[in-house]
Design a protein around this ligand. Structure first.
Ligand code: GTP
Ligand code: MG
Ligand code: NA
Length: 343
């Protein structure tokens, strides 16, 4: 079809895996940020969201494929914690996404929360790609900064390739034990049946172009229906936070539809439904993490998919993980208030 004919929204991709497999570091590598180093104990404790515009993805994947056609406006990536105590946040993240990246530490292989994440994704029939991360930790690895992975592998000494193959085989066997066929993505002839593995390093950026391009191309090729923009608002509250100068705010993921300053909204609250009006719609700058304090861009209106900070009165008792509803001119407010509390 002709470019522009399809009205696609940005795919929402959740990044999941065991604690310290490198999820946040991979996002830092793509963003050019240092979020991971600022985390208490190096542990992610909240769901995050980062918007990557298509132009940045094109830039990052140029060496891999110069003429890649990106039909989506961008990619919204949801970061999740891997620590065992945050199962609820992994579940919330995975319930929002169109597809996912499952991060596996190449030296550690499958770990308890890798398997838990895998099962959450399978439960919802969510497609995912495996990032086999920390390849730079293979003994003797020759770094080739930000290179496509095939180029980088070609430069490795023989014994590094042997070690890589041993670790790869181990991980493939562990996935097989979970009932999954896996293969290096560039050898995978049956995506959808066999899960693709992209070797990556969040430190050197190797394999990151491959990961980005595979995600976007796969999403826009196989999920056109799911990604076709619809007006009906679908929006979930991620976090409730007090922000200096803004009072209590909610971080939301807008999956579909459009929000406007001044919209009347209803969210689920501890003491009953909260009916309020959007005072401000804020986002971090593109390629910046929503959960990290920074400067915000203000919008009069904003279209899905996006991670957004909403300021409004009366949000103190809002409950994370529940749906946000917009009250239209013809809507029955009482009915919406009831349905909001069913979450
Ligand atoms: P949680 O969110 O707490 O579950 O962890 P995470 O999966 O986000 O991992 P994180 O990004 O916090 O990385 C954990 C540690 O591994 C940090 O010290 C990173 O610097 C390191 N690390 C992550 N990716 C790589 C990589 O590709 N190579 C190397 N050498 N170290 C990495
Ligand atoms: Mg993290
Ligand atoms: Na960590």
């Amino acid at each position: 079809s002709i470019e522009g004919e399809e009205n696609l929204r940005s795919p929402i991709c959740c990044i999941m895996g065991h604690v310290d497999s490198g999820k946040t570091k991979l996002l830092d590598c793509i963003r050019g940020t240092n979020v991971q180093e600022g985390e208490a104990g190096g542990i992610t404790q909240q769901i995050g969201a980062t918007y990557f515009p298509a132009e940045n993805i094109r830039e990052r994947t140029r060496e891999l494929k110069a003429d890649a056609r990106l039909k989506v406006p961008g990619l919204l990536v949801i970061d999740t914690p891997g620590h065992e105590s945050f199962t609820n946040l992994r579940s919330r993240g995975s319930s929002l996404c169109d597809l996912a990246i499952l991060v596996v530490d190449i030296k550690a292989g499958l770990q308890p929360q890798t398997i838990e994440s895998l099962n959450l994704l399978r439960m919802r029939n969510t497609e995912f790609i495996i990032a086999l991360n920390k390849v730079d930790r293979l003994y003797g690895w020759q770094t080739c900064k930000n290179a496509p992975i095939v180029k980088s592998l070609k430069q490795q000494p023989k014994d590094v390739i042997s070690e890589f193959n041993v670790e790869l085989k181990k991980v493939k066997n562990q996935f097989q034990e979970q009932g999954l066929n896996t293969e290096l993505y560039y050898k995978n002839k049956e995506m959808g049946e066999t899960f693709s593995i992209v070797p990556t390093s969040a430190v050197s950026g190797e394999g990151v172009p491959d990961l980005l391009l595979l995600l976007v191309q796969w999403a826009q090729k196989t999920m056109v229906e799911k990604l076709t923009y619809v007006d009906e608002v679908q929006c979930t509250v991620l976090e409730v936070k007090v922000i200096e100068g803004h009072g209590t705010t909610i971080d939301v993921v807008l999956v579909n539809g459009e929000l406007h300053e001044g919209d009347k909204i209803v969210v689920c609250g501890l003491q009953g439904p909260i009916v309020t009006t959007i005072r401000a719609l804020l986002t971090p700058h593109p390629m910046k993490e929503l959960r990290v304090k920074g400067t915000y861009l203000h919008y009069k209106e904003i279209k899905a998919a996006q991670g957004i900070k909403i300021t409004a009165q009366g949000l103190e008792h809002a409950i994370a993980g529940t749906a946000l509803h917009v009250v239209g001119p013809d809507d029955d407010l009482e009915a919406i208030k009831e349905s909001v509390m069913e979450d």
